[in-house]
Ligand binder design. Structure first.
Ligand code: S3P
Length: 173
């Protein structure tokens, strides 16, 4: 049954939100939107260029506008950037209009997955691991607080997808 709700996948960079979201959308016959891709398409620029040319706060304003627009739609599967829910208004709006799922993975696994990342602006620094750790610890309670449920993001995308589908059975979506 299609309800008025969206399904929102949140979690730290590298947790697999976009891969799992696309897979889940295909399985469930829903439309998939990734907020970073949405912003890049609208802007005609990569996220890294937006950060470099306009700064992080401009990117956060674009992210907020993307949340506002997508929250008006129904039945979408949305993956949001790792920092989206750090904004309280985004978290409130998305939880009112959708079911938020937190893809949780240990920092060590995320660090491994992101070790050669060259695209994410927040990771392009000498002290990458320390910066990741500080962000991770600050954001964990926000992800947990906003989510209707958590899934283990360590296994393959197919398995994560299956776990979400199982847990979704308790919700009308
Ligand atoms: C960010 C995560 C990125 C992207 C931007 C900022 C963050 O998305 O939105 O680089 O603040 O954690 P992913 O989580 O999809 O990598």
């Amino acid at each position: 049954m299609k309800t008025g709700k969206n399904l929102i996948l949140c979690g730290f960079m590298g947790c697999g939100k976009s891969t799992v979201g696309a897979l889940l959308a295909e399985k469930l016959g829903r439309r998939f939107v990734d907020t970073d891709s949405y912003i890049e398409e609208k802007e005609g620029r990569f996220i890294s260029d937006i950060f470099r040319e306009d700064g992080e706060s401009s990117f956060r304003a674009m992210e907020k506008e993307a949340c506002r627009r997508l929250a008006m739609e129904k039945g979408l599967i949305i993956s949001v950037g790792g920092g989206t829910l750090a904004d309280e208004q985004n978290a409130t709006l998305l939880s009112k209009t959708g079911i938020i799922v937190f893809l949780e993975a240990p920092l060590s696994l995320l660090a491994e997955r992101l070790s050669s990342d060259k695209a994410r602006p927040l990771l392009q620094r000498e002290d990458r691991l320390e910066a990741m750790k500080a962000l991770y610890l600050a954001r964990l309670p926000l992800y947990r607080g906003a989510a209707a449920f958590c899934v283990d993001a360590s296994p393959s995308p197919e398995e994560v997808c299956r776990e979400i589908e199982e847990k979704l059975a308790d919700f009308s979506f």
